[in-house]
Design a protein around this ligand. Structure first.
Ligand code: T4K
Length: 406
């Protein structure tokens, strides 16, 4: 590995990349491989591959123990889980959601002809701003979906208060938030239901997967029916409209195995987060988002906000430089759901109501962390980011020269 120190060493200006192999955001955490392989062999030996098998049941039970939620229902992915929750809650008309989220939060509504009404975020928390929610409520509004962005919980109490006063359903996209807590209580216990993602890139992964957590027995029963085509008890008995949201056994075995290593995953993420924080401290125009240490966090996302005025270099330019070095930083979430289709065509002026989201989507970037990232990697990444800021004027000139020569 080359220790890039000078501007001319940067790969975008002709130097060798700092990393020979791409260093990704969202490199999957893998638990104990031997245990996983034993479990997969067991699945194969027993020839029970899906449909509420042993490992799905184990995973659901262990997730319930881990979160304290009465019901955890394993699903094939979080997007389908969100669709099922939206349907099971009877959402129709309009539902208020943040635009600063992954597109699946909005699509899970629109897929069922429910209009996502985009709400601005609080620039400090990056989460849906309850002060903005109330003014978006119309006679067609049936619910609010909050998103615990980066695992940092929404202002759950304020949202619950609004939902109660306006007789709206409240649920959460908790795709990022397994292992996180709000006021000492684990995520999974708020609103009518919360949805976790176990996609490969998530803190706990099942290759693809997700789960719905709820403390509502009736809702849990309905969701279980809906994820299995609406089949009731016994064979040949469909009692409800449903879809196929089931998790398979190999995925569940991965989840059970990963859960056994969850403390290690958190420990490594925490170590990386602390190191990034220490190494980027007091760097002008660069702010690393903070996790509340009195709460439980999974520290899965290392997020920077770049203030171009102060740093002298934009988020996009830093990302361009990092990509040259094979550090595949991501612009999560860019450009905001309201700027993507079909929403941009439906609401071309939505940006006027979303000033904080617009600003955030220009500033935010996500850095590699997780078990695939070493302390040396973090040091190297921080060296390059520091170089970007310290030599911003020279770098900008060189980039501009490159662009005018292109
Ligand atoms: N709600 C929220 C708030 C979400 O963030 C998400 C998903 C959902 C709902 C929906 O959950 P699921 O239906 O997916 O369960 C990725 C993920 O595909 C997506 O799950 C995730 N959020 C989103 C934030 O990130 P992309 O389009 O950025 O994926 P991709 O292929 O670029 O991969 C991300 C990074 O991970 C890359 O740097 C490469 C690396 N990677 C990826 C995979 C799949 C690996 O190193 N190994 C791998 O196996 O969406």
């Amino acid at each position: 590995m080359l220790n890039t120190r000078q501007v001319n060493d940067l790969a975008i200006f002709g130097g060798s990349p700092a990393f020979q192999e791409k260093l990704h955001v969202g490199r999957p955490n893998i638990g104990n491989r031997d245990r996983l392989q034993e479990r997969i062999n067991d699945v194969l030996d027993r020839r029970w591959l899906s449909n509420n098998g042993l490992y799905v049941q184990q995973l659901e039970q262990r997730l319930s123990e881990f979160t304290g939620a009465k019901h955890c229902i394993a699903m094939c992915n979080a997007t389908v889980a969100l669709e099922i929750v939206n349907r099971a809650l009877g959402l129709t008309g309009e539902v208020i959601v943040p635009s600063f989220t992954f597109i699946a939060t909005a699509h899970a509504l629109q897929w069922q002809e429910i209009t996502p009404v985009f709400c601005d975020v609080d620039p400090h928390t990056h989460n849906i701003d309850p002060r903005q929610v109330e003014r978006l409520i119309t006679p067609r509004t049936t619910g609010i979906i909050g998103v615990h962005v980066w695992g940092r919980p929404c202002d759950v109490e304020a949202l619950a208060d609004i939902a109660q006063r306006h007789n709206l359903k409240l649920a959460f996209d908790a795709a990022h938030a397994l292992g996180c807590s709000y006021k000492g209580r684990m995520i999974g216990n708020f609103g009518e239901a919360e949805v976790f993602s176990f996609h490969a890139t998530k803190f706990l992964n099942t290759f693809e997967g997700g789960a719905v957590a709820t403390n509502n027995d009736e809702l849990a029963d309905k969701i279980r029916l809906m994820k299995n085509f609406g089949f009731g008890s016994g064979y040949d008995n469909v009692v409800y409209i449903g879809t196929n949201g089931k998790m398979n056994e190999v995925s569940a075995a991965m989840g059970v195995t990963g859960l056994e290593s969850i403390a290690d995953f958190i420990g490594i993420n925490y170590r990386n987060y602390k190191q990034y924080k220490a190494e980027l401290e007091n760097l002008r125009g660069v702010k690393l988002i903070n996790y509340e240490e009195t709460e439980k966090n999974n520290y899965q996302y290392v997020i920077l906000e770049i203030d171009e005025q102060e740093a002298g270099i934009s988020r996009n330019e830093i990302v361009q430089i990092l990509h040259g070095e094979n550090i595949m930083a991501r612009r999560y979430f860019y450009p905001g759901c309201h700027q993507m289709e079909p929403y941009h065509s439906y609401f071309p002026n939505a940006n006027l109501l979303l000033p904080e989201t617009e600003k955030l989507t220009q500033k935010v970037m996500s850095l590699p962390t997780g078990t695939a990232v070493t302390e040396e990697d973090v040091s190297q990444i921080c060296n390059i980011i520091r170089l970007c800021v310290k030599e911003s004027a020279e770098i900008k000139t060189l980039i501009q020269r490159q662009e005018s020569n292109a």
